[in-house]
Design a binder for this molecule. Structure first.
Ligand code: SF4
Length: 687
């Protein structure tokens, strides 16, 4: 961890002593967070804390309080004047704590030293209950990704059941969903004017509960839609699935309806979301006086892996219009892109280069998807009426402006900065946007210029992209384009590489056990990628996280948009079997793959993957393992990085120490089984 000489008052206070340094006796708002306090715009608790501070409120943070002792951490600041804010942290605590196979992780990327055990399961619920017990008369507001994606009846994979809105489970008074700046700013303005907290019922993007005998307050600007009650969902999976479709559509509309749902003797009210943030508003959030460092209290406890990963990275926009079925980004950040100005981004570069540890390398100039910066509808009045959950699936919308020029301009500006040796693109690039056969209205010249700039100046050794699968039927359920467009992209990529004499492998990511994916699809995926010369080492096993299309299919067995039965691998055995096809190159899998495929009449596929029976476990000429007949030479030509939830954090690459640890864990077996040997949990994401 870097030395820092800044005064403690540059950080928001986290101890009673620091409160005194600020000259405060009490606080207006206290934030309780499941993450360590890193004062950086990429960390939600810090961003929210700085916004509250910017409105002139006295704000303190209680990071990672101990929840099993006499609760002294929760009591240290006493009562806040206005409310407690609660967040589980930058990740859902269950995703943070468990692997796709529900094994406890051994590290936590949002804790100093990467140590596990500093946050409870279902953290937002635990913290809120404690606060309501200690201070029943003080309002509790929950937010962050865990609260946001659990705002309505949702499937919880870890307890394998439907849970009601987290407002009901936590006892909190209000929930802020999505990115919290806009609702928070409005709440603070109203509170400052003297409006009592209990009257804040019309703030957009907030959710609250009323008793069933109370009427939902009338609002002439909003149209209401009532969904099936929580109890109806418990009794009928189709009702739960149908609810999801409405929630997703309303979350992605410019003029959304207010959602109402009965839960027992209460009524849940979800106010519509705010409009997409303007450039000025997004800049406002990033330009706050962050120290961009962890609180000095952690100096002796080791570095915070998630911070190490992003300390030299720059986030250029929010939102994603991809609408992938397994992803929660658009459900949380929205479908419409909110971009920062070039000026604000370049000002942040100036801050990054001043960091005492900066050695000239920016690790990521990115966003949820690297290449959606400044993209939006050409005619916004058409977007205002649109209900599509994705702007690029099943086809790229003809109203979408996918110009890559603003992005190329920023890359070039950062690249020419005298103190920047290299600025990498660590976030995933949507390769389909760059393929004219898929993106029919693509400005090919601008897209080619962008890709050439990326390949020649911004790739850190290899470029990772995410076709996610090769089977069209599975890709359709994933809301991803056909794999044939990945081939087209690879042609372009290879051409640029050859032109510049570069050797930076293209690394495709895939998901196994995704709804719609059958065993034969995984076998075909393995064969097709093998034919392309890839020997992939790890695959992301699908995790059903709250509020995704894929999770609804996993639980309900139907697609929420058609209510038609849709297959999803559910058992441990099914998941493991899908995994094994992917690892066709491991000797221990070859006999099994051979027997399995031949037993269902897929001799051709068996031969393509593992060869003739008498060749089993022997390297073959068409195998990347072939080394002139030496059976012991099995060093792969192409390495593939694991893209599980534990390998990325908020869409950023994992730091080297954690990646090395993962690599060790996965040697000699699949990632989940080796992780199972660990006693506790790891930090992860993201995306
Ligand atoms: S009209 Fe097209 S660009 Fe606009 S929101 Fe809908 S799909 Fe996206």
């Amino acid at each position: 961890m870097q030395e820092n000489k800044r005064p403690l008052t540059d950080w928001l206070p986290i101890t009673k002593k620091e409160l005194k340094y600020h000259g405060w006796d009490e606080l207006d708002v206290i934030l309780v967070s499941g993450d360590a306090y890193v004062d950086h715009p990429s960390f939600g608790p810090a961003a929210i804390g700085r916004i509250i501070e910017s409105h002139g409120f006295r704000i303190g943070i209680i990071p990672q309080p101990q929840w099993k002792d006499d609760l002294r951490d929760f009591k240290k600041f006493g009562k806040p004047k206005y409310f407690f804010g609660v967040t589980a942290g930058c990740m859902d605590s269950m995703v943070n704590h468990y692997t796709a196979s529900k094994r406890k992780r051994s590290t936590d990327s949002y804790t100093p030293g990467g140590e596990a055990g500093f946050r409870p399961d279902y953290a937002a619920i635990t913290y809120s209950k404690i606060l309501k017990e200690l201070y029943p008369d003080v309002p509790v507001v929950i937010g962050g990704i865990e609260a946001s994606l659990r705002r309505i009846t949702h499937y919880d994979y870890w307890s394998d059941k439907l849970m009601p809105s987290i407002l009901e489970s936590s006892g909190a008074d209000m929930l802020v969903y999505g990115m919290g700046e806009q609702p928070l700013r409005e709440m603070l303005t109203l509170l400052k004017k003297g409006v009592p907290f209990q009257s804040l019922k019309t703030v957009k993007q907030t959710t609250w509960l009323i008793n069933e005998e109370e009427d939902v307050p009338k609002n002439k600007n909003w149209v209401d839609i009532e969904l099936s009650s929580h109890e109806d969902c418990l009794g009928d999976k189709l009702k739960y699935a149908a609810n999801f479709k409405v929630v997703e559509i309303e979350s992605n509309k410019t003029n959304a309806r207010r959602i109402v749902q009965k839960i027992g003797k209460k009524t849940l009210v979800i106010n519509p979301p705010f409009a997409t943030m303007t450039e000025k508003e997004v800049d406002g959030s990033f330009d706050l006086p962050f120290t961009r460092m962890p609180h000095p209290k952690y100096d002796k406890r080791g570095s915070i892996p998630a911070y190490d990963m992003i300390k030299f990275s720059i986030n250029m926009h929010r939102g994603c219009f991809g609408g992938c079925s397994f992803c929660t980004i658009s459900a949380h950040q929205g479908k419409f892109i909110a971009s920062r100005s070039e000026k604000s981004i370049l000002a942040e570069v100036e801050e990054v280069v001043k960091h005492p540890d900066f050695k000239g390398y920016i690790s990521d100039l990115g966003g949820p998807s690297a290449n959606m910066y400044k993209m939006k509808g050409i005619d916004l009045s058409i977007c205002d009426k649109c209900q599509a959950p994705s702007c690029i699936h099943p086809v790229v919308c003809s109203n979408l402006d996918t110009s890559h020029k603003p992005l190329t301009s920023i890359y070039k500006a950062v690249d020419s900065h005298p103190k920047v040796k290299k600025a990498f693109i660590g976030s995933g690039i949507r390769y389909d946007l760059l393929v004219s056969e898929y993106n029919k209205k693509l400005d090919v010249e601008a897209a080619d210029e962008y890709l050439e700039q990326v390949v020649t100046r911004h790739v850190s050794g290899r470029l990772k992209v995410a076709p996610e699968h090769t089977a069209d039927a599975t890709l359709k359920i994933m809301r991803k384009p056909s794999f044939k467009f990945f081939h087209k992209f690879k042609e372009k990529y290879d051409k640029i590489q050859n032109k510049h004499g570069l050797k930076q492998p293209l690394i495709p990511y895939f998901i196994s056990s995704h709804p719609g994916c059958k065993e034969e699809d995984m076998a075909n995926l393995a064969a097709e990628t093998k034919d392309m010369g890839f020997q992939l080492e790890q695959v992301n096993d699908f995790t059903p996280t709250p509020m995704t299309v894929a999770t609804v299919i996993y639980y309900a067995g139907v697609h929420p948009y058609t209510l038609k039965p849709t297959y999803a691998p559910r058992t441990k055995q099914e998941k493991q079997d899908q995994h094994r096809f992917f690892f066709w190159h491991k000797p221990e899998n070859q006999q099994w793959i051979n027997d399995k495929l031949r037993s269902v009449g897929q001799e051709g596929l068996a031969e393509r993957l593992v060869g003739r029976p008498n060749m089993l476990n022997k390297p073959r000429k068409n195998s990347p393992n072939y080394k002139g007949g030496n059976e012991n030479s099995s060093k792969p030509k192409t390495k593939h990085i694991n893209r599980t939830k534990v390998e990325t954090i908020e869409g950023k690459p994992m730091p080297k120490w954690l990646a090395d640890k993962r690599k060790k864990q996965t040697e000699g077996g699949n990632s989940s089984s080796s992780r199972s040997k660990k006693k506790s949990r790891t930090g992860k994401k993201r995306k």
